[in-house]
Design a protein. Structure first.
Length: 355
Protein backbone atom coordinates (compact mmCIF):
# COMPACT_ATOMS: atom_id res chain seq x y z
CA UNK A 1 0.00 0.00 0.00
CA UNK A 2 1.34 3.41 -0.96
CA UNK A 3 1.95 6.14 1.60
CA UNK A 4 -0.99 8.18 0.29
CA UNK A 5 -3.31 5.20 0.57
CA UNK A 6 -2.08 4.45 4.09
CA UNK A 7 -2.68 8.02 5.20
CA UNK A 8 -6.17 7.97 3.66
CA UNK A 9 -7.08 4.76 5.48
CA UNK A 10 -5.74 6.05 8.81
CA UNK A 11 -7.57 9.39 8.52
CA UNK A 12 -10.80 7.67 7.47
CA UNK A 13 -10.56 5.22 10.37
CA UNK A 14 -9.88 8.03 12.85
CA UNK A 15 -12.82 10.13 11.64
CA UNK A 16 -15.10 7.09 11.61
CA UNK A 17 -14.20 6.12 15.17
CA UNK A 18 -14.57 9.70 16.42
CA UNK A 19 -17.98 9.93 14.74
CA UNK A 20 -19.16 6.65 16.27
CA UNK A 21 -17.94 7.81 19.70
CA UNK A 22 -19.80 11.10 19.26
CA UNK A 23 -23.06 9.30 18.45
CA UNK A 24 -22.62 6.89 21.36
CA UNK A 25 -21.84 9.82 23.67
CA UNK A 26 -25.11 11.51 22.69
CA UNK A 27 -26.99 8.30 23.49
CA UNK A 28 -25.10 7.91 26.77
CA UNK A 29 -26.12 11.40 27.89
CA UNK A 30 -29.79 10.37 27.77
CA UNK A 31 -29.23 6.86 29.14
CA UNK A 32 -27.19 7.99 32.15
CA UNK A 33 -29.57 10.85 32.91
CA UNK A 34 -32.58 8.51 32.85
CA UNK A 35 -30.84 6.23 35.34
CA UNK A 36 -29.88 9.00 37.72
CA UNK A 37 -26.12 8.80 37.17
CA UNK A 38 -25.63 12.50 37.84
CA UNK A 39 -22.80 14.74 38.99
CA UNK A 40 -24.18 17.05 41.66
CA UNK A 41 -22.37 20.33 42.46
CA UNK A 42 -19.89 20.05 45.34
CA UNK A 43 -16.92 21.87 46.87
CA UNK A 44 -14.68 20.95 43.93
CA UNK A 45 -17.00 21.43 40.98
CA UNK A 46 -17.63 24.52 38.90
CA UNK A 47 -21.05 23.56 37.55
CA UNK A 48 -24.32 24.64 39.14
CA UNK A 49 -26.77 22.03 37.85
CA UNK A 50 -26.81 18.20 38.13
CA UNK A 51 -25.35 16.76 34.92
CA UNK A 52 -25.08 13.13 33.79
CA UNK A 53 -21.61 11.66 34.21
CA UNK A 54 -19.94 8.54 32.90
CA UNK A 55 -19.41 9.67 29.32
CA UNK A 56 -15.83 8.46 29.58
CA UNK A 57 -17.21 4.97 28.88
CA UNK A 58 -16.84 5.75 25.17
CA UNK A 59 -13.12 6.45 25.63
CA UNK A 60 -12.73 3.22 27.62
CA UNK A 61 -14.43 1.26 24.84
CA UNK A 62 -12.29 2.87 22.14
CA UNK A 63 -9.00 2.19 23.94
CA UNK A 64 -9.79 -1.41 24.91
CA UNK A 65 -11.22 -2.20 21.46
CA UNK A 66 -7.93 -1.07 19.90
CA UNK A 67 -5.88 -3.70 21.75
CA UNK A 68 -6.81 -6.87 19.78
CA UNK A 69 -6.06 -5.39 16.31
CA UNK A 70 -2.91 -3.78 17.70
CA UNK A 71 -1.69 -7.24 18.77
CA UNK A 72 -2.95 -9.25 15.77
CA UNK A 73 -1.99 -6.89 12.96
CA UNK A 74 0.38 -4.18 14.18
CA UNK A 75 2.95 -5.97 16.30
CA UNK A 76 2.00 -4.89 19.82
CA UNK A 77 3.41 -7.48 22.20
CA UNK A 78 0.73 -9.54 23.91
CA UNK A 79 2.33 -8.89 27.30
CA UNK A 80 2.14 -5.15 26.72
CA UNK A 81 -1.51 -5.41 25.68
CA UNK A 82 -2.18 -7.38 28.88
CA UNK A 83 -0.50 -4.64 30.93
CA UNK A 84 -2.61 -1.96 29.26
CA UNK A 85 -5.77 -4.01 29.73
CA UNK A 86 -5.04 -4.55 33.41
CA UNK A 87 -4.20 -0.92 34.07
CA UNK A 88 -6.78 0.81 31.88
CA UNK A 89 -9.55 -1.74 32.36
CA UNK A 90 -9.05 -1.98 36.11
CA UNK A 91 -8.77 1.79 36.58
CA UNK A 92 -11.85 2.41 34.44
CA UNK A 93 -13.89 -0.14 36.38
CA UNK A 94 -12.77 1.52 39.61
CA UNK A 95 -13.83 4.91 38.22
CA UNK A 96 -17.22 3.59 37.14
CA UNK A 97 -17.87 2.12 40.59
CA UNK A 98 -16.91 5.47 42.11
CA UNK A 99 -19.26 7.29 39.73
CA UNK A 100 -22.11 5.00 40.77
CA UNK A 101 -21.44 4.45 44.47
CA UNK A 102 -18.90 7.07 45.68
CA UNK A 103 -15.96 5.00 46.93
CA UNK A 104 -13.69 6.22 49.72
CA UNK A 105 -10.50 7.94 48.56
CA UNK A 106 -8.23 5.55 50.46
CA UNK A 107 -9.97 2.53 48.90
CA UNK A 108 -9.46 3.98 45.43
CA UNK A 109 -5.79 4.65 46.16
CA UNK A 110 -5.30 1.10 47.43
CA UNK A 111 -6.83 -0.41 44.28
CA UNK A 112 -4.72 1.88 42.08
CA UNK A 113 -1.56 0.74 43.87
CA UNK A 114 -2.53 -2.91 43.35
CA UNK A 115 -3.17 -2.34 39.63
CA UNK A 116 0.17 -0.57 39.23
CA UNK A 117 1.95 -3.46 40.97
CA UNK A 118 0.17 -6.04 38.79
CA UNK A 119 1.46 -4.57 35.52
CA UNK A 120 5.08 -4.97 36.61
CA UNK A 121 4.89 -8.66 35.73
CA UNK A 122 3.71 -8.45 32.07
CA UNK A 123 6.12 -5.56 31.51
CA UNK A 124 9.02 -7.66 32.76
CA UNK A 125 10.18 -5.24 35.42
CA UNK A 126 9.03 -7.10 38.53
CA UNK A 127 12.06 -7.43 40.85
CA UNK A 128 12.71 -10.92 42.22
CA UNK A 129 12.44 -11.37 46.02
CA UNK A 130 16.10 -12.30 46.27
CA UNK A 131 17.25 -9.68 43.82
CA UNK A 132 19.72 -7.31 45.39
CA UNK A 133 19.97 -4.73 42.63
CA UNK A 134 18.77 -1.42 44.00
CA UNK A 135 18.07 -0.05 40.52
CA UNK A 136 15.46 -2.72 39.77
CA UNK A 137 13.55 -1.95 42.95
CA UNK A 138 13.78 1.79 42.42
CA UNK A 139 12.44 1.35 38.88
CA UNK A 140 9.51 -0.67 40.17
CA UNK A 141 8.68 1.95 42.79
CA UNK A 142 8.94 4.73 40.19
CA UNK A 143 6.60 2.86 37.83
CA UNK A 144 4.04 2.32 40.57
CA UNK A 145 4.18 5.94 41.73
CA UNK A 146 4.02 7.25 38.16
CA UNK A 147 0.99 5.15 37.24
CA UNK A 148 -0.91 6.14 40.36
CA UNK A 149 -0.06 9.82 40.00
CA UNK A 150 -0.94 10.11 36.31
CA UNK A 151 -4.25 8.35 36.94
CA UNK A 152 -5.13 10.74 39.74
CA UNK A 153 -3.84 13.95 38.22
CA UNK A 154 -6.09 13.46 35.20
CA UNK A 155 -8.97 13.04 37.62
CA UNK A 156 -7.98 16.24 39.44
CA UNK A 157 -7.86 18.18 36.19
CA UNK A 158 -11.20 16.93 34.89
CA UNK A 159 -13.18 19.82 36.30
CA UNK A 160 -14.20 22.07 33.39
CA UNK A 161 -16.19 21.41 30.25
CA UNK A 162 -13.99 20.25 27.39
CA UNK A 163 -10.67 20.39 29.24
CA UNK A 164 -9.88 16.70 29.75
CA UNK A 165 -11.25 15.80 26.33
CA UNK A 166 -9.16 18.46 24.63
CA UNK A 167 -6.02 17.25 26.40
CA UNK A 168 -6.79 13.65 25.45
CA UNK A 169 -7.52 14.45 21.80
CA UNK A 170 -4.58 16.80 21.26
CA UNK A 171 -1.94 14.77 23.03
CA UNK A 172 -3.37 11.55 21.60
CA UNK A 173 -2.99 12.69 18.00
CA UNK A 174 0.58 13.86 18.62
CA UNK A 175 1.46 10.61 20.41
CA UNK A 176 -0.02 8.48 17.63
CA UNK A 177 1.98 10.31 14.97
CA UNK A 178 5.22 10.08 16.95
CA UNK A 179 4.75 6.39 17.77
CA UNK A 180 4.02 5.59 14.13
CA UNK A 181 7.12 7.52 13.08
CA UNK A 182 9.41 5.48 15.35
CA UNK A 183 8.00 2.15 14.20
CA UNK A 184 5.48 1.34 16.95
CA UNK A 185 2.21 1.09 14.99
CA UNK A 186 0.49 -0.97 17.69
CA UNK A 187 1.00 1.68 20.33
CA UNK A 188 0.13 4.32 17.72
CA UNK A 189 -3.25 2.65 17.20
CA UNK A 190 -3.97 2.71 20.93
CA UNK A 191 -3.00 6.39 21.16
CA UNK A 192 -5.10 7.16 18.09
CA UNK A 193 -8.09 5.36 19.59
CA UNK A 194 -7.64 7.37 22.78
CA UNK A 195 -7.60 10.58 20.72
CA UNK A 196 -10.64 9.58 18.64
CA UNK A 197 -12.60 8.60 21.73
CA UNK A 198 -11.75 11.90 23.42
CA UNK A 199 -12.69 13.87 20.30
CA UNK A 200 -16.00 12.05 20.00
CA UNK A 201 -16.76 12.67 23.65
CA UNK A 202 -16.14 16.40 23.12
CA UNK A 203 -19.29 16.42 20.96
CA UNK A 204 -21.35 16.40 24.16
CA UNK A 205 -18.76 17.82 26.56
CA UNK A 206 -17.83 21.04 24.75
CA UNK A 207 -19.27 23.96 26.73
CA UNK A 208 -22.02 24.01 27.68
CA UNK A 209 -21.60 20.31 28.42
CA UNK A 210 -24.50 17.87 28.22
CA UNK A 211 -22.41 15.01 29.63
CA UNK A 212 -19.46 14.78 31.98
CA UNK A 213 -16.58 12.34 31.64
CA UNK A 214 -16.80 11.04 35.18
CA UNK A 215 -14.12 9.14 37.05
CA UNK A 216 -14.51 6.25 34.61
CA UNK A 217 -13.16 8.49 31.85
CA UNK A 218 -10.52 10.43 33.76
CA UNK A 219 -9.12 7.24 35.30
CA UNK A 220 -9.10 5.63 31.85
CA UNK A 221 -7.20 8.50 30.26
CA UNK A 222 -4.72 8.93 33.10
CA UNK A 223 -3.92 5.22 33.30
CA UNK A 224 -3.75 4.91 29.51
CA UNK A 225 -1.19 7.72 29.35
CA UNK A 226 0.82 6.06 32.10
CA UNK A 227 0.80 2.75 30.25
CA UNK A 228 1.61 4.23 26.85
CA UNK A 229 4.47 6.35 28.20
CA UNK A 230 5.95 3.42 30.11
CA UNK A 231 5.76 0.90 27.25
CA UNK A 232 7.07 3.45 24.76
CA UNK A 233 10.01 4.23 27.06
CA UNK A 234 10.81 0.51 27.29
CA UNK A 235 10.45 -0.34 23.58
CA UNK A 236 10.99 2.78 21.47
CA UNK A 237 13.55 5.61 21.19
CA UNK A 238 10.98 8.12 22.47
CA UNK A 239 12.29 9.58 25.74
CA UNK A 240 10.16 9.60 28.86
CA UNK A 241 10.50 13.38 29.11
CA UNK A 242 8.57 13.70 25.84
CA UNK A 243 5.42 12.42 27.51
CA UNK A 244 5.75 14.93 30.33
CA UNK A 245 5.87 17.68 27.70
CA UNK A 246 2.75 16.43 25.88
CA UNK A 247 0.90 16.33 29.20
CA UNK A 248 2.63 19.38 30.71
CA UNK A 249 -0.47 21.54 31.47
CA UNK A 250 -2.09 18.73 33.44
CA UNK A 251 1.12 17.52 35.07
CA UNK A 252 2.15 20.99 36.21
CA UNK A 253 -1.18 22.31 37.44
CA UNK A 254 -2.11 19.11 39.29
CA UNK A 255 1.32 18.58 40.84
CA UNK A 256 2.07 22.17 41.84
CA UNK A 257 -1.41 22.72 43.22
CA UNK A 258 -1.26 19.55 45.31
CA UNK A 259 2.20 20.40 46.68
CA UNK A 260 1.07 23.94 47.50
CA UNK A 261 -2.02 22.73 49.32
CA UNK A 262 -0.15 20.07 51.30
CA UNK A 263 2.46 22.63 52.37
CA UNK A 264 -0.38 24.83 53.62
CA UNK A 265 -1.74 22.00 55.75
CA UNK A 266 -4.66 20.87 53.57
CA UNK A 267 -5.54 17.20 53.16
CA UNK A 268 -4.61 15.79 49.72
CA UNK A 269 -7.96 13.95 49.73
CA UNK A 270 -10.06 17.10 50.26
CA UNK A 271 -12.13 18.36 47.32
CA UNK A 272 -11.32 21.93 46.29
CA UNK A 273 -11.35 24.50 43.50
CA UNK A 274 -7.74 25.58 43.85
CA UNK A 275 -6.32 24.46 40.51
CA UNK A 276 -5.18 27.28 38.29
CA UNK A 277 -7.76 26.59 35.60
CA UNK A 278 -10.48 26.68 38.28
CA UNK A 279 -9.16 29.93 39.72
CA UNK A 280 -9.13 31.53 36.28
CA UNK A 281 -12.73 30.52 35.63
CA UNK A 282 -13.81 31.73 39.05
CA UNK A 283 -12.03 35.02 38.33
CA UNK A 284 -14.19 35.55 35.27
CA UNK A 285 -12.08 34.14 32.42
CA UNK A 286 -14.31 32.68 29.72
CA UNK A 287 -14.15 28.90 29.44
CA UNK A 288 -13.95 29.14 25.66
CA UNK A 289 -11.02 31.55 25.98
CA UNK A 290 -9.32 29.12 28.35
CA UNK A 291 -9.83 26.18 25.97
CA UNK A 292 -8.69 28.21 22.97
CA UNK A 293 -5.50 29.17 24.79
CA UNK A 294 -5.02 25.55 25.84
CA UNK A 295 -5.31 24.32 22.25
CA UNK A 296 -2.95 27.07 21.12
CA UNK A 297 -0.31 25.96 23.63
CA UNK A 298 -0.63 22.39 22.43
CA UNK A 299 -0.21 23.29 18.77
CA UNK A 300 2.38 26.07 19.08
CA UNK A 301 4.55 24.79 21.94
CA UNK A 302 3.96 21.22 23.07
CA UNK A 303 3.62 19.48 19.70
CA UNK A 304 6.73 21.09 18.12
CA UNK A 305 8.78 20.50 21.27
CA UNK A 306 7.75 16.84 21.46
CA UNK A 307 8.58 16.40 17.79
CA UNK A 308 12.02 17.96 18.30
CA UNK A 309 12.63 15.76 21.34
CA UNK A 310 11.80 12.67 19.30
CA UNK A 311 14.35 13.73 16.68
CA UNK A 312 17.01 14.59 19.30
CA UNK A 313 16.55 12.07 22.15
CA UNK A 314 19.97 12.84 23.64
CA UNK A 315 18.92 16.43 24.28
CA UNK A 316 15.35 15.59 25.24
CA UNK A 317 15.83 15.89 29.04
CA UNK A 318 17.18 19.42 28.65
CA UNK A 319 14.32 20.42 26.36
CA UNK A 320 11.83 18.88 28.76
CA UNK A 321 13.30 20.81 31.67
CA UNK A 322 13.10 24.03 29.68
CA UNK A 323 9.42 23.52 28.81
CA UNK A 324 8.47 22.49 32.34
CA UNK A 325 10.43 25.39 33.85
CA UNK A 326 8.67 27.80 31.53
CA UNK A 327 5.41 26.14 32.44
CA UNK A 328 6.04 26.78 36.14
CA UNK A 329 6.51 30.49 35.40
CA UNK A 330 3.30 30.55 33.37
CA UNK A 331 1.50 28.74 36.20
CA UNK A 332 2.68 31.34 38.71
CA UNK A 333 1.69 34.18 36.41
CA UNK A 334 -1.80 32.80 35.82
CA UNK A 335 -2.38 32.31 39.53
CA UNK A 336 -1.26 35.87 40.17
CA UNK A 337 -3.68 37.08 37.49
CA UNK A 338 -6.54 35.05 38.98
CA UNK A 339 -5.80 36.38 42.49
CA UNK A 340 -5.70 39.96 41.22
CA UNK A 341 -9.04 39.59 39.43
CA UNK A 342 -10.77 38.11 42.47
CA UNK A 343 -13.49 35.47 42.52
CA UNK A 344 -16.81 35.61 40.71
CA UNK A 345 -19.89 33.83 42.05
CA UNK A 346 -20.96 30.54 40.57
CA UNK A 347 -24.64 30.13 40.07
CA UNK A 348 -27.32 29.22 37.55
CA UNK A 349 -26.85 32.56 35.83
CA UNK A 350 -23.12 31.98 35.36
CA UNK A 351 -21.91 28.42 35.05
CA UNK A 352 -18.39 28.07 33.65
CA UNK A 353 -18.85 24.35 33.50
CA UNK A 354 -17.33 21.41 35.28
CA UNK A 355 -16.69 18.23 33.38
Amino acid sequence: MSLAATISVVVFGFVLLATVCARVSSWLAHWLSARGVLDHPNARSLHARPTPRGGGLVVVAAVIASLPPAVLFLGLALSHAVALLLLVGGSSLLGWLDDRHGLAARLRLTVQLILAILILWPLGILPQPAQGELEAWLLAVAVIAGCVWLTNLYNFMDGADGLAGTQGAGAGVAAALLLWQVGAPGLALVAGALAAGSLGFLWVNWPPARLFMGDVGSYCLGSAWAGLALIAALTTPLPLALWLVLLAPFVLDATLTLVTRVLRGHSPFQAHRGHTYQRLLLAGVSLRVLLTGFIGVQLAVLWPTAWWMAAHPADAPLAGMAVLSGGVLVWLGLRWHAARCGTSPIGPERDPGGA
